[in-house]
Design a protein around this ligand. Sequence first.
Ligand SMILES: [Zn+2]
Length: 372
Amino acid sequence: MGLPRPAASPYSAAMKTPASEPLATDLQAAARALPKVLLHEHLDGGLRVATLLDLLQQRGLSPPVPGADALAAWFNSNAHAGSLEKYLEGFALTVAAMASTAGLRRVAFEAAEDAAADGAVLAEFRIAPLLFEAHGVAGEAAVEALLQGLADSPALPLLQRSGLIVCAMRHLPPSETLRAARLALRYQGLGVIGFDLAGAEKGHPPAEHAQALNLVRDAGLAITLHAGEADAAERVLEAARLGAARIGHGVHLVDAVRDPQRQHLVQEAITRGLHLEVCPTSNVHTGAATSIASHPITELWRAGVSLSYHTDNRLMSCISHSQEAAELLRHTPLTAVDLLAMARQAAEHSFLPAAQRQAALASLAAAPSTPN
Ligand SMILES: [Zn+2]
């Protein structure tokens, strides 16, 4: 890493880097120039503030605070409240705002546009379509609107460079997960490229939803599961044994890296070729990590675990993919070479068809060398 970095500091300090900091601009430019592969971003956690305001207005709903700046500040303060409940409050708002086919289509389209503008050569987006039923939008209509939004994107068109992962909410009964799984399978090959369990992890292990996961796996639809975010390293391997090829977060696998008695778990993750979709900023906001500087991503990477870095929820965490890269470059020993290698691993583990994975890898290989 050619760019000297300041001593590691807590994330809260990183958010207050003085404008006079001479390296900050260079570092942000380097982070921005990095080509990226986006595997883990929730569409209901990533919409633009202006779009959220528009959609709320169209549905006759009031924002918690008036105006785009105040609303952005509201999300920022919730993200730093140290409370998962506060962090999750934003989702009730976004789901209500997005609950029309036009709204869903717009959010998907803009997410692809934003990802491409931020350097993504491939992007996978995710959402739980059944959440919109309570607002009068059927699951099928929600999925079709989202796929249409991605298909309309000239920058990252559906299936050529983007795809949709259908989430089920793990705190709901397994019968609901089964419904979400059947919905996902209805659009398999038409833009739905994977299946996920999202929501509160603690107390809701993936095995509770084994029936739906078996159905998805047997149908050949790829599985990624949130695991090892709020629960133990063992959940990461439980998810893998249930068919997950990738894991959302998986940061608690680091506990096994540090514990000689549990290192077989790390070895199993590596042997299985499991890929972790790590979301550092989100982890700090939800308490899965205490700071970017002390985030387990470096330790896991050095232990040989396949992983990459992602945004999770751009709106709730007030972060972009480039900012996420800049935070890692600034506060951890990871270099631009590491981040590029992570992007390659992400492309290799994408759920998009092989030709698209190869095209993304070619784009990464063609990227100009980054300062390091
Ligand atoms: Zn997530």
